[in-house]
Write a protein that binds this ligand. Structure first.
Ligand SMILES: Nc1ncnc2c1ncn2[C@@H]1O[C@H](COP(=O)(O)OP(=O)(O)OP(=O)(O)O)[C@@H](O)[C@H]1O
Length: 378
């Protein structure tokens, strides 16, 4: 079953997500990409090790950290000084061998679509092969566009054609370097579901470079944080975001735990949606998603309040029981109080004064409180 469901506003807080029973089995057979490369580029010492299984691995990190260079090395467009790149058993680069890009069995989608202007959409799509033509045209909604030329297409349509072209070459590996960065908000929302659909149903490693949190939370299976040419953190996206040490790589309101929920019901009279989560029910304002659909929610650490007792007479709709696991210092001087809420790891950013005044410490039972609007669509 493909469990990516329609989420909320695409603001990075309510998102598409796979639910249990998703494509994990299918992905288990996908080829592993193994990257271990070193290169000196100007002032930057690039030294990257990562394993990329089937599914979406998002490369995220500051500008100039080396994300595009790594992606280009995987594509064969940049030659590292040393190391090895393998896709399954096939060596793509090892210092002696450097397989040229057109023999790497990969599709590459760039920020700009790079279509051939004199070709029709159909000719552009089939340039590198016509594998799964009908299905891809259908999934990407390209049927109406086939006879047109790129000049008459919107930015979002062009990117869908670029994605279709990459897929029709039957790649064993898909590279996408900020494929939505040049699109405006509505065009981004138009293309993102197609990428999510492809990621959920194709059994291949996808490297996806972005600066946008909404794309991280909606697409990532794995998250690799690259800083100054090195891997600073990597792992399943939920684990990486659950670790406050990674918070410095995100905008303040984006730092927090990502949790997976399922839409349980809509309460039309009360104007809320009830989600089932590993920590119990979570309420969102408005009517979000369809019943039974999986969603990811980002719970911003700055919006979580802690109380030693179940608070009465307060307006926040969400109050979940949790145990304090640990308290860590954040680079900004505040403290991250790391909580286990039944099955869910979440965390709250508090000032040292609050932690001291309330005497919070590891092992304590607390209530984590957040407003429905803090995690709901805007
Ligand atoms: N062809 C090149 N010649 C010299 N320096 C380069 C070249 N390509 C990249 N660099 C440098 O290598 C470093 C890494 O660049 P890269 O584009 O890989 O970073 P990035 O993480 O993708 O950045 P951004 O998020 O801004 O796209 C930067 O300092 C960049 O200036």
């Amino acid at each position: 079953m493909v469990g990516r469901g329609v989420g909320g506003a695409g603001d990075g807080r309510v998102n598409r997500v796979r639910v249990a029973g998703d494509t994990d089995d299918k992905k288990a057979g996908g080829m592993m990409l193994q990257v271990d490369i070193q290169a000196r580029i100007g002032e930057l010492d690039l030294d990257i090790q990562m394993d990329v299984p089937a599914g979406v691995t998002v490369l995220f990190g500051p500008s100039g950290a080396g994300k595009t260079t790594v992606t280009n090395a995987i594509a064969g467009l940049f030659r590292p000084d040393s190391g090895q790149i393998k896709l399954g058993d096939k060596v793509l680069f090892d210092g002696r061998q450097n397989v040229p890009p057109h023999h790497r069995l990969m599709g590459y989608v760039f920020q700009d679509a790079r279509l051939f202007p004199h070709y029709t959409v159909r000719q552009n799509l089939t340039y590198g092969g016509n594998h799964d033509f009908d299905q891809i045209v259908d999934v990407l909604g390209l049927g109406e566009l086939l006879a047109r030329r790129p000049a008459g297409l919107s930015g979002g349509e062009k990117q869908r054609v670029a994605l279709g072209r990459a897929l029709m070459s039957n790649p064993k590996l898909l590279l996408m370097d900020e494929p939505l960065a040049a699109l405006d908000g509505p065009r981004k929302s138009e293309v993102l579901p197609f990428i999510a659909e492809i990621a959920a149903t194709r059994n291949l490693p996808v490297i996806y470079v972005t600066h946008a949190m909404a794309e991280v939370t909606q697409l990532a299976d794995q998250l690799v944080l690259i800083d100054n040419g090195k891997v600073a953190h990597k792992g399943p996206v939920i684990d990486v975001l659950a670790d406050p040490i990674a918070a410095k790589y995100f905008a303040k309101r984006d730092a927090g735990a990502l949790i997976e929920c399922v839409v349980e019901r809509h309460d039309i009279d009360e104007g809320i949606t009830v989600l089932a989560s590993g920590a119990g029910p979570i309420l969102l304002p408005g009517q979000v998603g369809r019943v039974g659909v999986g969603l990811r929610l980002l719970i911003p650490a700055q919006d979580v309040m802690l109380s030693k007792t179940a608070l009465q007479g307060q307006s926040a709709l969400n109050m979940i029981e949790a145990v304090i696991d640990d308290i860590k210092s954040l680079p900004n001087g505040n403290l991250a109080v790391i909580l286990q809420a039944k099955e869910l790891p979440i965390w709250a950013e508090l000032t040292p004064l609050s932690v001291r005044k309330l005497g919070f410490e590891a092992g304590q039972n607390v209530f984590a409180i957040f407003k429905a609007t803090a995690v709901g669509p805007v």
